[in-house]
Design a protein around this ligand. Structure first.
Ligand code: 13P
Length: 243
């Protein structure tokens, strides 16, 4: 049985003061949320320590937005697994389309990060997804399959989340049709060959489309950007009711 994972990715948003305000609104709104789902937030690194204190005693878990493959060293601007574990971080997002695009992250680097996360006891959330041009050219499946094969090489599917985030749907308000998102998630599951793999959808997830997305057979959760910055809207997403 796959337990859905509802995760908010705050990206480069939220000071510690804003995170405190967000939590003061959010926690009461999830007090009655059923425990048939995991709730996760990925704050920026500067807010992780503050959030680690605030999530104590709640069902909310923390994710980082990245993790390096080395335990320490001369890697300016990077973060080591042990630095995250010290703050009870459980998940680590890797391979998001933004570092892929702005910092030319390769599938090989993403694989190193994901392996490091797993071997240190963090659960990697590995993001995959095609651009608008790739989809228009009919290359979406080939691109995603390459990202899956190279990015997930050597990983244990039991301690892993894959997030299907079509790049054209991120921050654009254009959600992928739920049936198409479900089809791609099903393909990813078949390529990985693990019926228990948790696969999220990400890209303009909102209170208005969460119930439909979560009623799809192969969508086991969501990775939410913009709509996770508002405590009320993320709480509505966390409190989804699948049809
Ligand atoms: P939006 O929900 O803002 O489209 O962002 C999705 C995303 O990139 C989550 O990682």
């Amino acid at each position: 049985m796959r337990k859905p994972v509802i995760a908010g990715n705050w990206k480069m948003h939220m000071t510690c003061a804003q995170a405190r305000e967000w939590m003061a609104t959010f926690l009461p709104l999830i007090a009655a949320t059923p425990n048939d789902r995991e709730l996760v937030v990925a704050p920026p690194f500067t807010a992780i320590s503050t959030m680690a204190d605030l999530v104590k005693g709640s069902t909310l878990e923390l994710s980082s937005q990245n993790v390096h493959w080395e335990g320490h060293g001369a890697y300016t601007a990077e973060i080591a697994p042990g630095m995250l574990l010290e703050h009870d971080v459980v998940y680590a997002i890797v391979g998001h389309s933004e570092p892929r695009k702005y910092f030319s992250e390769s599938d090989e680097q993403i694989n190193h990060r994901a392996r490091s996360a797993q071997s240190n006891g963090l659960i990697p959330i590995v993001c995959v997804g095609e651009t608008d041009e790739q989809r228009t050219r009919g290359e979406a499946e080939r691109v995603i399959r390459r990202q899956v094969e190279q990015g997930l090489e050597g990983l244990d599917p039991a301690k892993l989340i894959v997030a299907y985030e079509p790049i054209w749907a991120i921050g654009t308000g254009k959600t992928c049709e739920s049936t198409e998102a479900n089809r791609i998630c099903g393909l990813i599951r078949s390529w990985v060959g693990s019926p228990d793999l948790i696969i999220q959808y990400g890209g303009s997830v909102k209170p208005g489309n969460i119930d439909e997305l979560m009623s799809m057979s192969d969508i086991d959760g969501v990775l939410v950007g913009g709509a996770s910055l508002e405590a009320e809207s993320f709480a509505r997403i966390a409190n989804y009711q699948a049809a």
